[in-house]
Design a protein around this ligand. Structure first.
Ligand code: GLU
Length: 297
C-alpha cells in the first residue's frame, strides 16, 4: 500500500519523489484497513463534508518512531498512528494513497493544528488540559505510560528515582513533550541532567554514542527503539505516568471529534489489526482494547 507523503523540507520531498519513482513491489506490511466508503454523505459545512469533497486529508504524524510513525526507505510512513489515520480517512471516502502525511515533531503539534496546516494530528499525542486550551482531541485510542531506556550494560539507572542519586547521569527527551515535564521532579539538576532534542531518534543516537545515559518517553515508543537496537538498549523501572493518546483537531470542532470517536468504535476489528500489524509486532507490546472516548468539547 503506497501512501502519499510530504515534508516541510523541499529537498527531502524531492529526494523521496526520486525514491518513490524507483520503488519496487515490496511486501505489504501494513494492515488492509477497512474498506474505503464510497461517496459518503455528511452534513454540509462540516469538516467531514469538506474533507470528503476534497478527497484528501492532511495528517500530522511522526516519521522517526518505529511502531507508530516511521518513514521507510521508500518515503512512506508506517505504524499504528498511520493506520489509525487510514481508518478515519476510509470512513470519509479517502483512500490511503490520498492521505498527505506531514512530519510533525512534538513541539509543533498545536501550532500546525491552529494554523490549519493539517486536518488532524495522530502522533503519540497525549491528551491534557494544557493542550486542550489550543486544540481539541478525539479519543483516547491508546493509553501509554512514561518509562526510562538505557544502554543494556547500565546497572546504575534502574528507574526515574536513580537520577537524584546519580547527579552526573543525563537523560534525553524531546522539547514540547509531556515526558520533558514529567521527568523534572526526579532530577537533582535540570540544568546538568536534562538534554532536549526535537525528535526521539536524536536522543537514541545520543544514547548509542554515549552522549547521554538514558532516554525517557512513552513505553511503547521506547519498546520500538529497543526492538531495533539489537540488544543494545533496555527499559528499566515501571511506567510512572499515564499518557492517553488523542487525535488532535481544530479546537471546538465537536462534530469532527464525535465522528472520529464513532468511526473508531465502529471499526474495532480494523483497530486491532492496525495494532497487530505495527506496534504489536514488538516484544512486550500487548494488544489494547479501544478505550472509552472522552467527551468531545
Ligand atoms: N505522549 C507524549 C507527548 O505527547 C510523548 C510522546 C511524544 O512526544 O510524541 O508529549
Amino acid at each position: 500500500m503506497r501512501t502519499r507523503r510530504t515534508t516541510l523540507a523541499a529537498t527531502v520531498a524531492i529526494a523521496s519523489l526520486a525514491l518513490a519513482a524507483c520503488g519496487g513491489d515490496e511486501a505489504d506490511e501494513t494492515a488492509a484497513g477497512p474498506p474505503v466508503a464510497e461517496a459518503p454523505e455528511f452534513e454540509p459545512g462540516t469538516t467531514m463534508a469538506e474533507l470528503a469533497e476534497a478527497g484528501t486529508i492532511t495528517v500530522g504524524t511522526k516519521f522517526d518512531q518505529p511502531g507508530f510513525g516511521l518513514e521507510n526507505l521508500e518515503g512512506e510512513v508506517e505504524g499504528f498512528d498511520v493506520e489509525v489515520a487510514k481508518i478515519i480517512a476510509a470512513e470519509l471516502g479517502i483512500a490511503p494513497e490520498d492521505i498527505d502525511f506531514v512530519e510533525t515533531p512534538s513541539a509543533v503539534r498545536e501550532e500546525v493544528i491552529e494554523g490549519g496546516e493539517v486536518d488532524m494530528v495522530v502522533a503519540t499525542y497525549t491528551i491534557n488540559d494544557e493542550r486542550r486550551e489550543r486544540v481539541s482531541f478525539a479519543g483516547p485510542y491508546y493509553v501509554a505510560g512514561q518509562q526510562i531506556m538505557v544502554r543494556s550494560d547500565n546497572t546504575t539507572i534502574t528507574g526515574p528515582e536513580s537520577f537524584m542519586e546519580n547527579p552526573d547521569a543525563t537523560v534525553c527527551t524531546v522539547t514540547g513533550s509531556t515526558p520533558s515535564e514529567n521527568i523534572r521532579p526526579y532530577l537533582a539538576s535540570e540544568q546538568e541532567q536534562l538534554v532536549l532534542f526535537d525528535e526521539y531518534s536524536q536522543c537514541v543516537d545520543a544514547l548509542s554514542n554515549g552522549t547521554v545515559d538514558a532516554v525517557t518517553t512513552d513505553n511503547v515508543i521506547l519498546l520500538g527503539y529497543v526492538a531495533e537496537s539489537d540488544g543494545a538498549f533496555k527499559l528499566v523501572g515501571e511506567q510512572f505516568t499515564e499518557e492517553p493518546y488523542g487525535i488532535g483537531i481544530e479546537r471546538g470542532d465537536v462534530a469532527f471529534c464525535e465522528f472520529i470517536n464513532e468511526t473508531l468504535a465502529e471499526n474495532e476489528e480494523a483497530y486491532v489489526e492496525a495494532w497487530e500489524s505495527t506496534a504489536g509486532q514488538v516484544e512486550g507490546a500487548e494488544t489494547p482494547e479501544l478505550p472509552e472516548p472522552a467527551p468531545c468539547s
